[in-house]
Design a protein around this ligand. Sequence first.
Ligand code: SF4
Ligand code: SF4
Length: 348
Amino acid sequence: MYPLNLSFFVTYKCNYNCPHCSLNADSKKDLWLPIAVIKKFLKEGKQLGFRVAIFTGGEPTLRLDSLLESIQFAKELGYATRVVSNGWWAFSEESAYNILSQMKEHGLDEINISFDDYHVTFFRQLWNIEPLYIVHVAKASLDLDIRLGIAIIEDANSTINERFVINLLSQHLGRPYEAIKENVVIIKDVPARIGRGKHLPTDIIPEREPLVSGCEDIGMTYGIHPDGRITVCCGHAIFESDFYDVGNWKENGTTLREAIDNASRNLIYWWLYTQGPKKILKKLKIHEKTTHLCDACKMLMVDYKDILIEYLRGHRDEILVNDVLLNTRAQEIVKFVKEKRRKSQWQL
Ligand code: SF4
Ligand code: SF4
């Protein structure tokens, strides 16, 4: 659990209304993270050794000027910068180039665009044209030397999958995917049954992975939210429970340093980091089917919270020693923190 990424949920507003959206974003949620707050956390994060600034939502491009200002501020401080968007603005090659060139001028390193059956439906509704936006974004980002991540959410009924996207890009870019894969990365995932996603039928969602590993994201990516929350990860389950809150900048003026400190003293976070929610569920003898890692986490922290707390009360020392301290991942962290201290990047 070492902090590296600062993820700004700049708004919960979105011009789409995807049925799998874990944060229930829609056009009515007009809550925005003030730019002064973004800058304050970027400054503090820099002192604490955070390296990547992520601007996500909702749809962060709905206020382009503020987004550009945030990117520029982050870049000037030395962050690697990333924007996560649904790509609604890339309805033509010109529009994609126009937006991305502005982002590049302000210091953008990476754009992540959602492209799958869920998102494409809303793109079609908005513009009533073929959803070639991913091709437009790919062309512009290759021209402008911006890394592109294409996020594909797949279920059993999906027509858009990795193969489909590779073919589409190869056909329109006139070169094989192999030639661009250094700059264009495909990120596959399944929907989480959280937020609006909880209404999706379980049987259409394939199991993403054996789900026995620890969670990489917890304690590495801190989420700064427009409602004041500071969360210890950016996984889907954060929208189901305040268990993931490590502070509140609006109500209590929590600083990042305090948030990290709160996180580092929480045994359950360390347990999730080293063992992952699926293994913990197994330990608690809960054998319900889970698909996404964050589904398992939500099940643990919300649906079976009482069982979890009771187990923790009875097995605290055993968890701390066997599952956390003797775990190789935890030992790597100790090494990392020592190294950071040695370089004086953290004054902890
Ligand atoms: S999944 Fe993304 S694009 Fe879809 S409604 Fe949610 S925030 Fe908007
Ligand atoms: S599995 Fe849990 S801790 Fe990990 S990212 Fe998902 S919600 Fe966060």
